[in-house]
Design a protein around this ligand. Structure first.
Ligand code: AMP
Length: 388
């Protein structure tokens, strides 16, 4: 058994994956899993050399572990797949447990229950009690993962791959809401590394199409921040046909910046709507030095400041490709017209890029590579934010 606390080295597997709304980072690599399975199989081969052995694999989680383990078992054995099911019975016991798929005659046979993970041990105890009437010769448990801190069962598992802390893990058969079973690596949920006492205020910076909106969604979820996108707020106003929206539209449709006064007042109003935020992601703001100065003053008035400006670096050809693609689904008129796109990129270079120097002078500017898969860029972003 290996004690696994955390993982620090790099491997061939992706270091961070997304499963539904959560991020997970590598915990046990495929190489380590396979090596440990080889060791477990060797031990079982030695312990059961003269035995009528049946492996009972517990679905769904143990399917991958069972398949790999059995490839290294050299004994003349059987394998069955079972599933625990609980339903509300009509008798006084209330809950009734059933082991589905227990077809074979198991009398007199040695059983090894194969589990992907044993945490509380309740399932294992139930399976053992359901096997009692079958008249089996012996029952042992082989599990890839074991959580000693969560265990409340009667007997500890007999064969354990990795003893792990009480963390949430996915991959290699283990799921999060039925997803994530298909990975060959085991991942653990990615916790925010630092407990911050002050607000985390990030300016997410980059030209149009750099991926600020997509990455903001992930930052919000990971760090619990309020997302303020001036572009989104303008678009909501245009949709609602407000006075601000009608005015802003005349600039936006040409790819020009909306005047500072309007934009700054709008942002101030949005910031003041939030009570006790953990922090903000400013997306698409500030785009001029006047806006940057106004933002500093606004944050100072609520006794906080910008933690960092993070720039997503993407070259112009890639930006144009992305915007052309986004135009197919975004419904944004300013994405659909190549002249407007060019104008937005030029405005960024001439009017917005100097904002970078404003934060550079305050030693708050960080650039990350904005080319790669969405997950790869998220990984770089999280690593940067965790280091702030
Ligand atoms: P975005 O969604 O950030 O690409 O913004 C779309 C458009 O909204 C921009 O091209 C500008 O016309 C306008 N806009 C968004 N944010 C600002 C800002 N901070 N200052 C001026 N105009 C802005």
């Amino acid at each position: 058994m290996l004690l696994r606390k955390s993982y620090f080295c790099r491997s061939n597997s992706k270091n961070v994956i997304r499963v539904l709304d959560k991020s997970f980072e590598v915990f046990i690599t495929k190489e380590e899993i396979q090596q440990e399975i080889g060791r477990l199989a060797e031990k079982i081969n030695a312990d059961y050399s003269n035995s009528d052995l049946v492996f009972l694999s517990v679905l769904n989680g143990a399917f991958m572990f069972t398949a790999d383990l059995l490839k290294s078992i050299s004994l003349d054995c059987e394998v069955s797949f079972v599933k625990m099911s609980s339903y509300s019975g009509v008798d006084s016991r209330g809950q009734v447990d059933e082991l589905i798929g227990l077809g074979n005659n198991l009398a007199g046979k040695d059983i090894i229950i194969v589990e992907d993970i044993v945490d509380t041990g309740i399932t294992i105890d139930k399976i053992k009690s359901l096997l009692e009437p079958e008249g089996v010769a012996s029952v042992k448990v082989c599990t890839l993962l074991y959580k000693p801190d969560a265990f409340k069962g009667n007997e500890k598992p007999d064969y354990v791959g990795f003893s792990i802390p009480n963390a949430f893990v996915v991959g290699y058969g283990l799921d999060y809401n039925q997803k994530g079973r298909n990975h060959d690596t085991i991942y653990q949920i990615r916790e925010q590394k630092k407990h911050r006492t002050s607000m985390l205020n990030i300016v997410l910076f980059g030209p149009p199409g750099a991926g600020k909106g997509t990455q903001s969604e992930r930052l919000i979820e990971q760090y619990g921040l309020i997302h303020l996108s001036t572009g989104d707020i303008f678009r909501a106003n245009i949709k609602g046909e407000t006075e601000l929206g009608v005015l802003a539209k005349t600039y936006i449709d040409k790819g020009q910046l909306v005047p500072d006064e309007l934009t700054i007042n709008m942002l101030k109003a949005e910031v003041s709507k939030q009570s006790d935020p953990k922090g903000f992601i400013f997306d698409g703001f500030p785009r001029t030095i006047a806006q940057a100065e106004a933002l500093d003053a606004l944050l100072a008035s609520i006794e906080t400041s910008i933690t960092a400006m993070i720039s997503l670096d993407v070259d112009e050809a890639e930006l144009k490709d992305r915007l052309a693609n986004r135009a197919k689904t975004s419904g944004r008129p300013d994405d659909a017209n190549p002249d407007v796109i060019q104008n937005r990129i030029d405005v960024y270079k001439n009017e917005t890029a100097p904002v970078k120097r404003f934060y550079e002078q305050q030693d708050k500017w960080v650039m990350i590579n904005g080319i790669g898969t969405i997950d790869e860029i998220t990984e770089r972003l999280f690593a940067t934010v965790d280091s702030l």
